[in-house]
Design a protein around this ligand. Structure first.
Ligand code: PLP
Length: 453
């Protein structure tokens, strides 16, 4: 019998709506104004985001229609394939059936355009001509640059300094799409200048880059801000991933026992898992859902569930999330997209409700898993995605040891074609497991903002 290696859907099966998990869970804690400690309303976000996205941010409607112009662009690469990792399974000698949803087939190479295209569309519909944003690994910056090119929006990207230095070709890709890319911390903002004055060689962090982009958007009438993860509307847009995966698992005649995603701000993890979790919450089959984070920036496994700022300069409202503290600067490891001090409020809420698990893995273990994956399945994964692969392999090996058959589904959030320097360093023995400083973490947690009860 033919062994199917990938499950593909026709373009007509691209979901017609995004799935909003807010409809199926108790409401998460409100977003607060840092000055008053009171919940903020949609108007407070209007200087930064178009109203359509703000309304999605606060919506509890289960299905939110995907506008036709967005689905038209999705058709360039969606539906993405669901692969069965047969060669990896054989190599591991496991009875587990491993499936991965491959988001690296998008033009910029990851899941990020699923929301970049939607955000660019809503901004352009409300007349916005410029967007400011941050990027860690460069996947988000290049995705918004791509979406900006399609919808006639100029994009300014603040790229975390370590990634800016590690990945010159991600920068070149953003410029090819027409965006401007600046290393963060930069001299272009007050937030950046204040940090450079104290630490001229600061490696940057997503928290700092967010501050710079928010500052630019807040100060300029012609510019709005776009965030590549964390916020409810971003997670919402990523649910096309899980909705397609559900249909593809059905084609394969399997339902996952375990669903895995790497988690930086939480968006690709939410994208693959929320539609399955929603089905479970409405009485359907159960699956274990695991978010995988780097041991050097472990917000879900070492952070506190507390109100905190989303950025380092404290320009954002307060959100309740698992956080390492907004002043925490993670070491400069290669999975730049996972170097964020917090976690999406919705993912944090689910963790707090006990609906998902979290695991932290080390850099060297991840590169080992990434190389094993490349040598069996052929795809060179982004360093971020290797975190999901690591736990998928661990679970498949455990299934082998326990003599069980398991269905494992993970999100392969992006390819690593612009990350080859990291692989080169790994082969040269130059990579190490970096550890955050416990004293820094304690200091950052001690500085969490107090919130009136
Ligand atoms: C390929 C890839 N995977 C995962 C992530 C992490 O982001 P998120 O947790 O929002 O999916 C990034 C972020 O840049 C990324 O580029």
């Amino acid at each position: 019998m033919l062994e199917v290696s990938k499950y593909q859907l026709g373009e007509d099966r691209i979901p017609k709506s995004w799935y909003n998990i807010m409809a199926d869970i108790p409401p998460p804690p409100p977003v607060l104004h840092p000055g008053t400690g009171q919940p903020i309303g949609p108007d407070a976000l209007a200087p930064l985001f178009p109203m359509a996205l703000i309304m999605q941010e606060v919506s509890a409607e289960r299905a939110i229609e995907i506008p036709d112009p967005v689905r038209d662009v999705y058709r360039m690469w969606r539906p993405t394939p669901l692969h069965r990792a047969r060669r990896l399974e054989k190599k591991l000698g496991t009875n587990a059936r491993i499936f991965y949803k491959y988001e690296g087939v998008s033009p910029p190479g990851s899941h990020k355009p699923n929301t970049a295209v939607a955000q660019a569309f809503y901004n352009s519909r409300e007349g916005v001509k410029k967007l400011a944003t941050e990027t860690g690994a460069g996947q988000w910056g290049s995705s918004l640059a791509f979406a900006g090119a399609l919808f006639g929006i100029h994009v300014d990207v603040f790229m975390v300094r370590v990634s800016y230095d590690q990945k010159p070709y991600r920068r070149a890709l953003m410029e090819t799409y027409g965006a401007r890319c600046v290393a963060s911390p930069s001299n272009e903002t007050e937030a950046g200048r204040a940090i450079l004055a104290k630490h001229p060689d600061h490696p940057g962090s997503l928290g700092i880059a967010i501050s710079e982009a928010v500052e630019v958007a807040a100060k300029r009438d012609d510019t709005k801000y776009a965030l590549g993860s964390v916020l409810n509307h971003v997670l919402l847009h990523q649910t096309v991933v899980g909705q397609e995966a559900m249909k593809q698992c059905e084609m394969a005649g399997d339902y996952p026992d375990i669903i895995i995603g790497c988690a930086g701000g939480g968006s690709n993890f939410a994208g693959i898992s929320f539609p399955f979790l929603g089905a479970q919450l409405r009485g359907g089959q159960r699956a274990r859902v695991i978010a995988v984070e780097p041991a050097a920036c472990p917000s879900l496994t070492r952070g506190e569930y507390a109100y905190d700022f989303g950025d380092t300069a404290h320009l954002t409202p307060l959100v309740k999330m698992y956080t390492l503290g907004s002043s925490f600067t993670p070491p400069g490891f290669h999975a730049g997209g996972l170097r964020y001090h917090g976690m999406a409020p919705l993912v944090s809420h689910l963790k707090n409700l006990g609906l998902i698990e979290a695991r932290a893995v080390t850099q060297l273990r991840c590169f080992e898993a990434g190389v094993q994956f490349a040598r069996t399945e052929g795809i060179v994964p982004a360093p971020e995605s290797t975190h999901a692969i690591t736990v998928a392999i661990e679970e498949a090996v455990r299934a082998r040891e326990e003599g069980r058959s398991r269905v494992i589904l993970f999100n392969l959030s992006g390819h690593g074609h612009f990350d080859m320097q990291a692989y080169t360093d790994y082969f040269a023995g130059k990579l190490e497991d970096q550890h955050y400083d416990e004293a820094d973490l304690a200091e950052a947690l001690a500085a969490l903002p107090g919130v009136p009860a």
